[in-house]
Structure formats: structure tokens, C-alpha cells
Design a protein around this ligand. Sequence first.
Ligand SMILES: [Zn+2]
Length: 258
Amino acid sequence: MDNEQAPVVIIGIGSIEQHGPHLPLGMDSLAARYFIHEIASKSNSVCVHPCWPGYSPHHMKFRGTITFSEDTLLNVILDTISSLADHGIKRFMLTNHHGGNAEIYKLAMRMAKRYYNVMVSSPTGPSGTELAKKQADISKRHWDVHSGINETAAALVMFPELVEMYRLEGWKPTLDLGTELNKFFDVDRDDYEIVSQVRGACTPPVNIDFTKDGIYGTGDPNLADAGEYAKRLKERVDFMVEFIRVWKTIPIPPAFLD
Ligand SMILES: [Zn+2]
């Protein structure tokens, strides 16, 4: 705190889980680590990546996956925040790089705010730029959430030496929820809002039951565009840096003072 009056600590969490045949097991944690370092170095902040695994029981049928229990992940996040709160940190920014952690890290944020008297935020964005809107559409159209076009591009930018694209030669989607539910991926249907949620309700809890190679979605990861991702990454980092700048202009509200 010697060179920063209002320090922000950025906490990144990810996972160790199978990421298709071509991406590293540490994909989400490596990406989290890369992302928080970028933001911290541009905003005079401190970043910490307190654990490598996340909450990934649904990936356990694929070898190499390491999952924490719900309690372990929750407590790792809470103990990290609580320790730094003891040192006087009042502003925490969390960033999550694995969908399976979503509910747990949101609960951790709520609990930390309540029990440690600290501000905790997990900003998202930007959502309105051309690049972001295009990505949102691809993601929805192809269910591009795990090991697909987006994550492959991310890995090619952040740690290309760990990507094995040759394993994708002749790739065809293995995603299969069964004939009826497969039709519910069609975003152009009038009833998409309903059928997509019915599809969600019927998706098996273990992912090997609907994707044999661990890649979700129908988008060919061979189409990953590293140049485009690099631009999108910069846009996101800039957004987070600006969020921190604006946040620091607001004095700590009285409710959070000890
Ligand atoms: Zn991932």
C-alpha cells in the first residue's frame, strides 16, 4: 500500500479439467492468470491466483481433471479475501474463467461482503462493442462455451506452445443430446427462449454423456482466429482497467470503514 492509497486486489479463478483433445488441462487457470496479470500491470493493482483447480465434477470422466468440492472452492476464495482484508484491503475484484465455478464464486462474493466488510466486484464487459456482439452471437449459435472456437483462440494468443492443433485434423462435432433436443440449438426458432431452457433442463450432469471428445458445441475450433481474439482481449483488459480507475475515484463508503 506504500505506492497506492486505494489498492485493488484482483483474484482470478479457473479450473484443471479436460479441454478437448487439443487444449491444456490448465486452460481456465492459465487464462485467469494471464488476464489478471494484464489488468494488474496496467492499473497499479495486485493480483492473486489462489488455486489451480476449480469446481469440475462434471468433467471427471475425462482423465486429468482435478476438482475441488463445493466447500473447498468456497473456502479457498473466502480465506484468500479474509486474509487480505486483515491487511486492510477494501476493494476486491474477482474474475472467473470456468462456468462450473459460477454459483460458488458468486456466493463467496456475497459472503465476503457480509462477513469481512469489504467491497467485492466482478465486472463484466464490454458487451456493446462490435467484437463483443459478434462473439456473443457465435457463442449462442454454436454453444461455444468450452474448448471451442473461442477458447482455442484464447489459448493461441496466451499460451500457443501448449496448443496441439494437429489433434483436430478432420474434426467433426461430437455434441449429441439426442434427436429432439439437438433441434433446440437452433437460435432462429421463434420459440428459442423456451426450448433452449428445456434443453438446459435435460442436459446430462456428466459431460462425456453428450460430448465424446469434451468439446462443447458445433463450432469447428480449427476456425479459431487468434488476431481477432487478441483485439477482444485488449478491449476487455482496457474495460477492467477503466473500471478500476473509476472505482478508485470513489472514497471508501462509510459502511465499509472499520
Ligand atoms: Zn475452459
